[in-house]
Ligand binder design. Structure first.
Ligand SMILES: [Ca+2]
Length: 267
């Protein structure tokens, strides 16, 4: 009876064996599950993670006529000199190597020394309005993983003022005034014109000097955008012999230029 059972197990084993031996990955995995797995199951660990992001500062930004300049410093403790990348309004603009002498950095970080400064100039947008400049310290890797990220040293803004109208000219008639200026802007939304004067209350057509209480009147309107040259506007229905004050400003997006002003007297 026992021998019959053993024979039955052996037969079952013979039947099962071909199935097991064709499953190589299962065999390899099982080797690593042993109490003392072979060396191939335990590869040498990699180097200890030690890469660090750079640090530093974005010290100054200047802008003049389509050229921006930046200065600052950055240190990567893993080596260097590392680079900085400059972005303007989110677009890559320039790269510089931080290897310039900065006595103050050397005093503050004597282990790293003074040669970590950067400075440089690059073309920058000249359209009127604010522009944002951001500087990133680029990581100097030390070969370990995870690789440290770059570091934003800072962001600053420069503003290109909206160009004011040029060469304001006023031509007053008896009841009207013609206003002429030069279009100095290339990207204006429009111009704002204000004409103001004073005359006697309730009598805009009265003569100068007005009798009775003086009242102020003002009219403001917007012109369109222009493509250079002289722009002309006219305001009629003014009282005669009246002092008229005129203001013109360029408008773009959310900002006005400085105002140009002038005055004339109707005849
Ligand atoms: Ca690093």
């Amino acid at each position: 009876m026992i021998r019959a059972c053993i024979r039955a197990v052996l037969v079952a084993g013979l039947l099962v064996t071909p199935v097991v031996t064709t499953s190589a990955p299962a065999m390899a995995q099982s080797l690593c599950n042993q109490p003392e797995p072979p060396p191939s199951c335990n590869p040498e660990p990699g180097p200890t993670p030690s890469d660090r992001s750079p640090f530093g500062a974005f010290d100054t930004l200047s802008y003049n006529a389509g050229t921006a300049s930046v200065t600052g410093w950055t240190i990567d403790i893993n080596g260097g000199p590392n680079n900085v990348h400059v972005y303007v309004d989110g677009q890559f603009a320039a790269a510089f190597t931080a290897d310039q002498y900065r006595a103050d950095v050397g005093q503050r970080y004597p282990v790293n020394g003074p040669y970590h400064g950067y400075s440089g100039s690059f073309p920058a947008p000249s359209s009127s309005g604010p522009h944002e400049v951001c500087v990133y310290g680029i990581n100097w890797p030390d070969g370990t993983t995870p690789v440290a990220s770059n570091y934003r040293l800072g962001c600053k803004q420069y503003n290109v003022p909206v160009p004011a109208p040029g060469n304001l000219r006023l031509y007053a008639g008896s009841r009207d005034i013609v206003i002429v200026w030069t279009d100095n802007a290339t990207d204006e939304t429009d111009y704002e014109v204000t004409v103001s004067w004073s005359t006697s209350c309730g009598d805009q057509e009265g003569n100068y000097p007005p009798n009775g209480t003086s009242c102020g009147y003002q009219s403001t309107w917007r012109t369109g955008a222009y493509n250079g040259g002289d722009v002309s506007a006219r305001y009629a229905l003014l009282p005669r012999n009246t002092y008229v004050f005129v203001t013109v400003r360029t408008y773009r997006g959310t900002a006005y230029s400085n105002a140009v002003t002038g005055s004339a007297i109707t005849s």
